[in-house]
Design a protein around this ligand. Structure first.
Ligand SMILES: NC(=O)c1ccc[n+]([C@@H]2O[C@H](COP(=O)([O-])OP(=O)(O)OC[C@H]3O[C@@H](n4cnc5c(N)ncnc54)[C@H](OP(=O)(O)O)[C@@H]3O)[C@@H](O)[C@H]2O)c1
Length: 251
């Protein structure tokens, strides 16, 4: 349960090998969390990131979770909640995919939509039920600026994040009367393994900065945080750019 300063004890990261997810776990531990569950599909990779987070006073465990298999989510997420409450659930899994391929190959387009949107829809529904049942908790969802105004250069990923973002906002409103808080996090370009080898976009940031913004946003019970914050006014302008002009912006 969170205290008056927004500190909490336990964290579940869905997409436990995500660089942003691991950075969030590290920062949460630094702020006093004592129990972390990293959930993902590669047991060895999970163990490799869990090891360095462990301390005598911090319990870090791993469990199996595949976003692409919604039928398994009740058991997978249930395992993380078994035994004791989870204060914060971070939805950190996602795939960037191959945009050029996805424009021609329906299976690649569907793969991106399945993990980022369908998988998250299922995982969030299951996680929300657990938080309702225990009567408290927070959710943080890794959306993206890419989902705000979907750009030609990555519209498949962007659309999947737009769906996730809007679903999360609806869920936030549904959970609000029950005292459960959901934060939507919209980073720009983040230097992680997802973007390795890519040319950095303007206002590029790192996983630790996203983790700090996420945890500050939770502590302040914010609805949405942009990382960096300057994206908020920038995207407000882009949102209102006429389509003909938007098409000419090289991005
Ligand atoms: N990096 C950026 O520029 C950026 C910007 C805005 C938003 N985001 C979002 O932030 C989140 C974290 O991304 P990141 O930058 O930390 O990238 P990352 O290190 O590549 O993490 C993505 C994680 O998603 C996991 N994943 C993919 N498909 C999965 C599935 N079917 N089931 C379970 N886990 C799955 C991957 O695990 P495996 O090891 O199993 O592949 C990987 O650990 C993502 O949602 C991403 O879209 C990233």
């Amino acid at each position: 349960v969170r205290d008056g300063l927004g500190r909490f004890e336990s964290l579940l990261v869905l997409g436990g090998t995500s660089d942003i997810g691991v950075a969030t776990a590290r920062e949460a531990i630094a702020r006093g969390a004592t129990r972390v569950v990293l959930a993902g599909r590669d047991a060895d990779a999970l163990e490799a990131v869990a090891g360095p987070l462990r301390r005598p006073d911090v319990d870090v465990s791993t469990c199996a979770f595949d976003a692409d298999d919604p039928a398994s989510h009740a058991d997978a997420v249930g395992a993380a909640f078994a035994g004791s409450d989870i204060d914060v659930v971070v939805v950190a899994f996602g795939v960037l995919g191959d945009q050029a391929k996805a424009e021609r190959d329906p299976l690649e387009a569907v793969r991106i939509a399945t993990t980022n949107y369908v998988g998250a829809t299922s995982a969030l529904t299951v996680a929300a039920e657990h938080l309702r049942a225990q009567g408290h908790g927070d959710i943080a969802v890794l959306s993206s600026v890419a989902g705000q105004r979907v750009r030609r250069s990555n519209y498949v990923y962007g659309a999947s994040k737009a769906g996730l973002d809007r679903f999360s906002q609806g869920l936030a409103d549904a959970l609000h009367p029950e005292g459960i808080h959901l934060l939507v996090v919209r980073p720009g370009f983040v230097h992680t393994k997802m973007t390795a080898g890519m040319r950095a976009a303007p206002l590029a940031t790192d996983a630790a900065s996203v983790a700090t913004a996420l945890l500050d946003g939770l502590a302040r019970r914010r609805d949405i945080v942009w990382v960096p914050a300057l994206f908020r006014p920038i995207m407000a302008i882009l949102d209102h750019l006429p389509r003909a002009l938007f098409r000419r912006v090289p991005m």
